[in-house]
Every structure is written in C-alpha cells, then in structure tokens.
Design a binder for this molecule. Sequence first.
Ligand SMILES: [Zn+2]
Length: 113
Amino acid sequence: MHEYTIAYDLYATAKKAAIDNHAEKVKKINVDVGKMAMVNPDQVIFLFDTIKEDDPLFTTAVLECHEIDPVTACTCGYEGSEIYVCPRCGALPQLVKGREIVVTNIEIEVEDA
Ligand SMILES: [Zn+2]
C-alpha cells in the first residue's frame, strides 16, 4: 500500500517537527503532491486521519494536499509539461518535477513559555 507509507511518513515528519519545536498541537500540514507521483491525495488524507486518530498532538491536525503539475525537459532544450513525447524532437522528455511528495509547511501551536 503505497498511500499508507506516504501517509505514515507525513505523520512521522509532522510529529518530529512538533516535538522539535515543543508544539502543543499540530494544526495543518501542507503537502505538495506531484501529479506523476501516482498517488491519490484523497486516500492519503483518509489514511493520515486514521493514523493520527489516537495521537493527542494531532486531534485538530489537517492534512492539505496540493497537486503539482509535472515539469519535463528534453536533451534538445525543450522544457514544458509534455510527459510522453517531446513536441520539438519526438524523444521521451525527462521528468524534472512532478513525482515528489514534499511537506512544504507545518503549522503548529506552541505553548506559552
Ligand atoms: Zn526534445
């Protein structure tokens, strides 16, 4: 289960950030999900909600997935979003961006010092 691993990784990343920053609560986790990552964001969110259920740090945490369009480049110099055939030379372009799943921002609530 690809999505479960991703959801768990996101949970673990947010948890580490929360602990490192002495957070009381995790509020929101923003994630960029490349369209070529072959991941269903709705399923990741669903699984994330299941994983975080018993964690008091995460009672109000929301996972927000932002889908990112692919970016490709070809040896001929083409750069764009064509993923299968280079419109300039017909070769297979290389995927530069669009397969990654990256946490861009974690919003936390820190207790008053
Ligand atoms: Zn090309």
